[in-house]
Unconditional design. Structure first.
Length: 249
C-alpha cells in the first residue's frame, strides 16, 4: 500500500532543494534501476508492480521494497510510459579530489550547462568513450535531477560527478587546458597530449570569461555548413571521440 507520505516524498525529489534535504534521488525504468542495483550506489527503496519483479531479479533484503498496483505506481511516476519500477537512491558524499588522479587522462569540465537532457547525454557519452569523471561548475544543472538521470540511461551509476569551483581547480591542477571555442585550432589538428582538461561552456553564453583566461589551447570543430553553433552535447561527443581516437594512435 502506497502511503501519502511516500507520495509526498517522491514528488518532492523532483526539486533539488528536497533532494539535498533527504539525500535521495529518483531512478526510473528497468534498465536504469538494474544498473544502480549493480553499482556502488546505495539503493534505499524500490517501488514496483508485481509483473516487473521477475525482470529485476533478486533484491537485497537491505533494500525496502514495496509492491504497487498499476494505479498506485502512476501516482509516483514522472514518465509518460512508466515501466513499473522506481528506486530511491542515496546521493553519494562528494569525496575530496586528488590532482594525481587526473594525471595521464583527459577530464571534461562543464561550465554552467543548464539543460538536463544535455547533461544526461554528456554523461552517457563520456562513459562510452572511457572518461572516468566529470567536473561541473556550481551553476551546472544537478546531475541527480530526474531528467538528467533518465537521459544517462544508467551511465550515471559508473561516472564520477563532482561540483566545484572550476577556476580554483584549474589553477591548482596545472594540467593542459583545452577550451571548446568557436575561434580556435581545428579539433582534427590538435595535439591532445597524454592528459588535460577540456572545458565546455554554457548553451547560450559559452565558456565564462574567467575560465577562458585559463585556456591554453582553444579548439574548434570546423564548420562546413551555415549553422551558427552546435548543441553542447553533440559537440562533446565529437570532442570525446577525437580524444579517444588520437590516444589510440
Amino acid at each position: 500500500m502506497l502511503s501519502k507520505a511516500q507520495i509526498t516524498l517522491i514528488s518532492s525529489l523532483q526539486n533539488k532543494k528536497f533532494r539535498k534535504q533527504h539525500g535521495l534521488f529518483i531512478v526510473e525504468g528497468i534498465k536504469s534501476v538494474i544498473e544502480f542495483l549493480s553499482s556502488s550506489y546505495q539503493v534505499d527503496s524500490l517501488f514496483y508492480t508485481e509483473d516487473v519483479l521477475a525482470k529485476v531479479g533478486k533484491i537485497s533484503g537491505k533494500i525496502k521494497s514495496y509492491v504497487l498496483t498499476e494505479n498506485e505506481f502512476q501516482k509516483i511516476s514522472s514518465l509518460k510510459s512508466p515501466q513499473g519500477i522506481l528506486a530511491l537512491v542515496h546521493i553519494p558524499k562528494q569525496e575530496a579530489l586528488a590532482i594525481k588522479d587526473f594525471k595521464g587522462q583527459h577530464t571534461l569540465l562543464l561550465d554552467d550547462i543548464q539543460d538536463p537532457g544535455n547533461l544526461g547525454t554528456i554523461i552517457r557519452t563520456a562513459e562510452w568513450f572511457g572518461f572516468q569523471r566529470i567536473l561541473c561548475s556550481i551553476g551546472t544543472v544537478d546531475a541527480y535531477n530526474p531528467k538528467v538521470v533518465q537521459a544517462t540511461m544508467g551511465s550515471l551509476s559508473r561516472i564520477e560527478i563532482h561540483y566545484l569551483d572550476l577556476k580554483a581547480f584549474i589553477q591548482d591542477a596545472k594540467l593542459p587546458v583545452f577550451g571548446a571555442l568557436l575561434n580556435g585550432d581545428s579539433i582534427y589538428e590538435t595535439d591532445w597530449r597524454d592528459e588535460g582538461l577540456l572545458v565546455l561552456g554554457n548553451e547560450g553564453n559559452g565558456i565564462s570569461d574567467e575560465l577562458i583566461e585559463l585556456v591554453d589551447k582553444p579548439v574548434t570543430i570546423p564548420r562546413i555548413g551555415k549553422a551558427e553553433s552546435l548543441n553542447v552535447a553533440v559537440a562533446t561527443t565529437i570532442f570525446c571521440s577525437e580524444i579517444a581516437r588520437t590516444k589510440k594512435l
